[in-house]
Structures are given as structure tokens and as C-alpha cells.
Design a protein around this ligand. Structure first.
Ligand SMILES: [Zn+2]
Ligand SMILES: [Zn+2]
Length: 342
């Protein structure tokens, strides 16, 4: 089968073509696993974190990709009731231990044995992949393969951030950064919190316009002052400056949720600007989001079908993945990038 592999970890500036086309034998599902024929796989900023070594794969070469939509080709006995031909999705969570305190409480995203799709196991930048049936999700019929892909990471983790933000209807929500995840959060928040105002902080005028088109009450630069304080802010940028600027816009008792697996070091100095009374006092909170639990993915797929959310997607061929990744690095993002594999 055709796959794209990552053989070496390093910066995209040094190696702008980190993924190489290769031929691998078709994987064989172990007991309890499904063999999927991949139709589409979303491209995520986390792939850059893997490629550039901020969350490096444990072994190389590896097949990246963790927003996978495919059809079941073969299922072993005890494969969760899935049948050949079923359309399923795979998300960032590939497996967890199932027995620790976090797994038992449904927070398997915090499991110490958490394994990630496309980092700790081969993912969806390939014609076929295997996945434990317990970590596969039925895709609602209303979505095309390409539309469903970004719901599995950008959407599901955005939904988890929104849950952790603890917003109440009518309270103001701020979004810093406006890529794939934030545009899905905006659509979800408008449905769940119809009386809330949404303020978007984004670097480019293009992103600010896009946010207003989708119903943001206001959009400005990442350093701008919001028209009113935000009760919750969700940050989806890879940088630190938006956190410092965001804290200033946070309402008393408000919470800033960082939805990022890793932050880049380039502007880390801006943390020295943190002024306790202006940025943190008055019971302001900062919380991070880690990975996703299965309930986030299944609840969000169902919610997205009900709203309904139609993610704006931009399609690429498998052999154009390097281009898609460079565009994410350059923040040329309007919606979500998806590889069409068949
Ligand atoms: Zn992702
Ligand atoms: Zn566990």
C-alpha cells in the first residue's frame, strides 16, 4: 500500500519536505482491531509538533495522521459490532490502559499509557490502517468523508475545550487564534450558547473577516482589547503572546483554556510581561486541554450532525501533504486541510 512516512525529526525550515512516499505491506488487524481502507485524513498542527520534535514519535519511520475516515475491510472477532463496509473514524486517542483511575472515570485522555494515532501507532496518511475497534467511531451519514475528518480532532478537542471552559449561556467567549479548531468551536458555541457574544482574536485580517462571516460579534488582532471582558477564553495558537494578551481581556473569575499540545519557544519571553494584578489576580484561572477522551469524539460527532456543522475543508492529494503542512506552518489556514486518499 502507498503511505507517507516520517523518517527524521527536524525543523520544517531545514527540511521543508519531511514526509516521503513509500510502499508498506498492508497491516494485519490483531484481535479486537479493525482494518480500515482510508478515504480521507485531516492535516493537523500537531503533525508539525511531531515532525519538529516537540512531541516526537517514539519510533521512526512512522505514518502520521489522526483524523481518519475509512471503511471497515476486515474485522476480527470481538470487534465492537462493526461490519465490513461500515464507515468509521479514528481520532488522536489510539488506545489507553482502560484500568487506571483516569480511564475508569472516562478521562482516558489523561491515562499514563495513552497512545496517540499517527505518533505511537501508524496513522491515516496511508491507504490502510488498523485501529482497536473500541477506539473507532461511526460517522453520521450527513457528512462526506472529507467533512467528517476535521471533526475528529479539531472539532472534538475544540468541543473538549469548550466543556472545560465552563461557559454559561449569555457570558462572553473569547477565541485567540482562528484555525481549524477555533472555527468549529465558534459554530458549536453559537448553538450551545445562543445568547453569548463571541470575540475572536486573530493575526490576519483574512481570519478576522472569516470569523465575522461565521457570526463572531467582534474580531480584532491578538493584542487588541475586547469590547467587553471575556468570561472564558480558548487559546488555539502555538504562541505565548496571545496568552499574556488574553489574560488582560479575561473577566474577574474567568478561565483561559489553552488548547495546544505544545507551545513553540519563539516568543516565550513575552511571559515576562505577566503582571500579577492585571493578568492573574481576581481569581483568574488558566487550564490546559490534553488529548481527547472517546466521549468527546462520539458526543461531538452527534452534536455536529444535529447543529449541523459543515466544516470548511480544503482538499489535497496524499502526495501534497508536505504542501498542506507548510501552509499550516505559514498559518495560511481557512478552515481545515484534508488529504483525499480515495
Ligand atoms: Zn490533531
Ligand atoms: Zn489508563
Amino acid at each position: 500500500m502507498n503511505v507517507l512516512v516520517l523518517k527524521n525529526v527536524g525543523s520544517l525550515e531545514q527540511n521543508p519536505l519531511p514526509l516521503e512516499l513509500a510502499e508498506l505491506p498492508q497491516p494485519i488487524p490483531a484481535p479486537g482491531q479493525l482494518l480500515l481502507r482510508v478515504s480521507a485524513c485531516g492535516v493537523c498542527h500537531t503533525e508539525l509538533d511531531e515532525i519538529e520534535g516537540r512531541t516526537p514519535p517514539l519510533r521512526l519511520p512512522i505514518v502520521l495522521g489522526h483524523q481518519v475516515v475509512g471503511t471497515v475491510q476486515d474485522s476480527e472477532a470481538d470487534a465492537g459490532g462493526f461490519r465490513e463496509g461500515d464507515r468509521v473514524g479514528v481520532a488522536w486517542i489510539y488506545s489507553a490502559c482502560g484500568t487506571c483511575e483516569f480511564c475508569v472515570a472516562g478521562n482516558e485522555n489523561l491515562c499514563r499509557e495513552f497512545k496517540a494515532t499517527g505518533r505511537d501507532a501508524n496513522g491515516g496518511y496511508a491507504e490502510f490502517m488498523t485501529v482497536p475497534a473500541a477506539y473507532a467511531y461511526r460517522i453520521p451519514d450527513s457528512f462526506s468523508d472529507a467533512e467528517a475528518a476535521p471533526l475528529l480532532c479539531a472539532g472534538a478537542i475544540g468541543y473538549r475545550s469548550l466543556k472545560l471552559a465552563g461557559l454559561k449561556d449569555g457570558q462572553n467567549l473569547g477565541l485567540t487564534g482562528f484555525g481549524a479548531s477555533a472555527h468549529l468551536v465558534l459554530k458549536t458555541a453559537r448553538y450551545l450558547y445562543p445568547r453569548s457574544k463571541i470575540f475572536v482574536f486573530a493575526r490576519s485580517v483574512l481570519e478576522q473577516d472569516f470569523a465575522r462571516e461565521l457570526g463572531a460579534s467582534w474580531a480584532g488582532t491578538t493584542s487588541a482589547e475586547s469590547p467587553e471582558p471575556c468570561h472564558c477564553i480558548i487559546d488555539t495558537t502555538p504562541a505565548w503572546t496571545p496568552i499574556v494578551d488574553g489574560l488582560k481581556n479575561l473577566e474577574r473569575g474567568g478561565r483561559l483554556v489553552i488548547n495546544a499540545i505544545r507551545k513553540e519557544d519563539a516568543d516565550k519571553d513575552s511571559l515576562l510581561r505577566v503582571d500579577y494584578p492585571a493578568h492573574l489576580w481576581m481569581e483568574k484561572e488558566i487550564k490546559s486541554v490534553a488529548n481527547v477522551a472517546r466521549s468527546d469524539v462520539s458526543e461531538f460527532l452527534e452534536l455536529a450532525a444535529r447543529i449541523p456543522i459543515r466544516p470548511a475543508v480544503e482538499e489535497f492529494r496524499l502526495d501534497q501533504a508536505n504542501q498542506a503542512l507548510s501552509e499550516i506552518k505559514a498559518r495560511k489556514v481557512r478552515g481545515a486541510k484534508v488529504l483525499r486518499i480515495r
